[in-house]
Design a protein around this ligand. Structure first.
Ligand code: HEC
Ligand code: HEC
Length: 468
């Protein structure tokens, strides 16, 4: 067995000193072998198991707090919860916060949190990255019902009532918005805030002043498209890699050694992400109409979005912001400086992973596999259905999801109610259920390309999109 490199560097006996270069070389070889071994055996099932069961960030709250959270609710919900039994109350809480219960789990834990034996809950990646469509869990779809801000707010009140200790998130969320609309989060700025306090080796820089930030909400993209791309994120700036997946863990409790220790876990998690396939449309499709739509799509959309089927090709094209015309806030909120600091960080293997695109100038035209399932659309989640993507002139200014389990088969996407404005009298939790496209970072404008098509061409493309 070889000694670890660090141990060998400490050895100082004169006899050993002569052998030291050789021992070091062997140790490096052995460790690089270990890396290669780990990569070869990266196991998707293990990845999913880690996501569900291994806590990587500090405990958010305990079971007792969660069981009491209903007392934080507004009326009449609170009275309904008081009169309900424990199972019903839990169902109400899961629905309010966008949590999905694990299958056949006697403890009734959600998919989106790791809950340990002591009943302590920590958020996992699936909080934002595992949702449901038409009432069914679809592996890898973003959680378009996650109400992080409402959950955090309600939990904070429950902790005050119960005299429990506040976490950094409880306190931080009083100054930093977590997500002003249900289903979207300020995740990109969480990344900026976390990485601001790290040097290139992921050492903590706790003395720094807080960074300037442009808060805005983002819709979590489906994970099954990651394998179709070389790079990540809506502006396509970052090379793919398992370390890149670890940014979310950079809370101050996790020092640089944790990142090195957990690296292999994230090879498994990456393997899980890359094993996911887009789900097939579960309802009826008019195949003849879809075939007509394919022809239109290949003329009008494929140059940006690629082609589909066995011989499909994908150009991974970034479209300049003035051409696509969708909301520009996400693009400018992440500055060239942010992107360049990612380049030289351990997270990007100090540049070995490839170069970042410091100034992408626009958004990626994403792959459209499984697009029927990943509503709402565009990077900010501002457009509720594919029909609305195809009819730019008819996109609602303010909309609200009508039901958690419903699905709009006619317009293909989230079933909605449309209103003129968010009612002034509603409380904060209800207000977050409205998507107001007039708010900062939430515009549903742009991507006017389908406007060049006739009504029947758009109907055909809509049918075709169901088949991808
Ligand atoms: C608070 C919500 C949230 C959490 C928690 C979260 N993500 Fe994300 N994730 C997002 C959002 C939003 C984006 C899109 C950001 C963008 O494109 O700028 C994203 C993007 C990604 C992407 C890129 C997808 C693509 O197609 O480009 C990957 C991969 C990913 N996340 C993995 C993870 C992993 C692994 C974890 C856990 C360690 C995690 N995320 C935790 C919200 C979250
Ligand atoms: C010039 C390039 C270009 C053309 C042509 C184009 N798109 Fe797009 N499309 C984009 C870009 C860029 C985005 C991402 C916009 C954003 O998220 O802000 C996008 C987003 C989308 C989305 C939402 C994807 C998601 O995951 O939210 C759909 C659906 C879509 N396009 C369909 C089409 C269809 C159908 C056509 C043809 C009628 C088409 N596009 C033509 C560039 C293009």
């Amino acid at each position: 067995m070889f000694l670890p490199v660090a141990k060998i560097q400490q050895l100082n006996s004169s006899a050993f000193r002569m052998l030291r270069p050789l021992a070091l070389a062997l140790a490096y070889l052995a460790s690089s072998h270990l890396v290669a071994f780990a990569t070869e055996t990266a196991d998707p099932d293990r990845g999913l198991d880690l996501l569900l069961n291994k806590p990587y960030i500090p405990v958010a709250f305990d079971q007792e707090t969660f069981d009491d959270v209903w007392r934080s609710w507004e009326e009449p919900l609170r009275s309904q919860a008081r009169d309900a039994n424990a199972d019903e109350r839990r169902r109400m809480a899961f629905e309010r916060y966008g949590l999905i219960e694990r299958e056949n789990d006697p403890q009734h834990r959600p998919v989106q949190y790791v809950v340990d034996k002591a009943g302590d809950w920590s958020m996992n990646c699936l909080a934002c990255h595992q949702g449901s469509v038409a009432g069914k869990l679809v592996p890898g779809v973003g959680n378009s019902q996650f109400a992080l801000e409402t959950l955090t707010h309600d939990i904070r009140n429950a902790k005050l009532r119960l005299g429990k200790r506040m976490t950094d998130l409880d306190i931080g969320s009083m100054v930093m918005p977590l997500g002003t609309t249900v289903g979207t989060t300020n995740a990109v700025m969480f990344g900026v805030a976390l990485m601001h306090y790290r040097d290139n080796d992921m050492n903590l820089l706790s003395k720094r002043l807080p960074p300037p930030m442009t808060h805005h909400d983002h819709d979590a993209p489906p994970w099954w498209n990651v394998t179709r791309k070389q790079r990540l994120y809506s502006d396509n700036f970052a090379p793919r890699g398992h370390r890149g997946l670890m940014q979310f863990l950079a809370s101050k409790e996790n020092g640089p050694e944790k990142f090195r220790q957990w690296e292999d876990d994230f090879r498994h998690i990456e393997a899980y992400i890359e094993s996911l396939e887009s789900p097939a449309y579960p309802f009826e499709i008019d195949r003849a109409l879809a075939q007509q739509g394919r022809v239109v799509f290949e003329q009008s959309c494929a140059e940006c979005h690629g082609t589909y089927g066995a011989d499909g090709g994908y150009p991974e094209r970034i479209v300049p912001i003035d051409v696509v015309g969708t909301d520009p806030v996400r693009l400018s909120a992440l500055t060239p400086k942010h992107r360049l600091s990612y380049q030289t960080n351990w997270i990007n293997e100090y540049g070995e992973r490839g170069d970042v695109i410091a100034d992408p100038g626009g958004y990626l035209a994403p792959p459209l596999n499984g697009i029927w399932a990943s509503a709402p659309y565009f990077h900010n989640g501002s457009v509720p259905t594919l029909w609305h993507v195809l009819h730019p002139e008819e996109r609602p200014a303010v909309w609200m999801r009508e039901s958690n389990d419903g699905y709009d088969k006619r317009r293909v996407g989230v079933p909605i109610q449309i209103t003129d404005a968010v009612p002034a009298a509603v409380n904060a939790a209800s207000r977050r259920r409205y998507f107001d496209t007039r708010k900062f970072g939430k515009s549903a404008a742009g991507h006017d390309f389908p406007a060049a098509l006739s009504g029947s061409e758009r109907a055909a493309v809509l049918e075709y999109l169901k088949t991808l």
